[in-house]
Ligand binder design. Sequence first.
Ligand code: SAM
Ligand code: SF4
Ligand code: SF4
Length: 348
Amino acid sequence: MKFEAPVALQRTPAPPDALGRVLTDLRISLIDRCNFRCPYCMPEEAYPADHAFLRARDRLDFGEIERIARVFVSLGVRKLRLTGGEPLLRRDLPELVSRLAAIDDVEDLALTTNGVLLPRFAQALREAGLDRLTISLDSADPEIFRKMSGGRGELAEVDAAIAAAEDAGFGTLKINCVVMRGVNDAGVLDLVERFRGTGHVVRFIEYMDVGTVNGWRHDRVVPGRELVERIGARWPLEALPRSASSTSRRWRLCDGSGEVGFINSVTEPFCGGCTRARLSADGKLYTCLFAHAGHDLRALLRAGESDAALGATVAGIWSHRGDRYSERRAELRAAGVLEHVEMYRIGG
Ligand code: SAM
Ligand code: SF4
Ligand code: SF4
């Protein structure tokens, strides 16, 4: 499908934020609904079938998402990631992907998904210009996987998703696994084993205190360092260099069979290199995963604000950004600062 490119915006990078961090990434949540109920994100008790999710008219439409993306790119963003909720629940997604892929200066267009609907869409997404895929998979054990999807997912569906992504030509995939002590941590070696020699990279993510309803407890967090030791005892590991803005600590298996990553957001926070902005499906801009409020860009768009004015607003918001929740977690939690936006509203 062809789209007429809007008039090019002037490219003026946003000023660095209050801690000197430059805006380079935008995560776009496309929908707040999900076909899973992972206990660490959208526990079933808090999100029953009659939960009031956003109505279609409350969500940004594709034209609005594209406009906002263009404004962010004009301010220096080079990486876009589509997420949710479950982004594949958004109808006609390949159309949006092709519109975003057509924006000059977007160097990386990626998507994070639980994979269930991927066999239906992988080929179309690839053809539309999607560069990379991350697929979430918390366990290689069918029972534990089912439990961690809130009783909604089957391991075979994720296997089919991975095969579909490979067939569509996505090459190296990132496989995200949230590790919870006593729930799925005993299966970490099995996950590494499953992806050794495939070229895909499993990334173990520390269970985070996102949102307000996941019942987070510090003793459920398995420090990434502990996992490096456990995995290294079976397959010796060698640390790979880390870029300043990377969230993941990378290690290669010394036998050459692959690489694993660790996102140690709780025990080794990386706020100093956090260059990401986040947009919710209803058009709110969040400057941190743990923010309690967002800035309403949809209201500005729907009030007829120009792209230049929108860009100036976003640049102003970014320049005042001082977020570093993960570095201040203990202090802020002790002070009772527990009001965070839910993860499924702004993506991971
Ligand atoms: N539904 C898609 C999926 O699960 O891949 C995309 C949205 S999901 C919010 C994005 C990522 O956030 C997933 O990889 C998920 O595992 C991760 N995530 C959700 N809640 C988390 C938590 N409490 N701690 C750490 N990671 C979390
Ligand atoms: Fe859905 Fe993803 Fe959250 Fe699981 S992590 S409930 S798949 S949005
Ligand atoms: Fe970025 Fe906020 Fe996470 Fe720190 S806590 S890395 S500022 S999103």
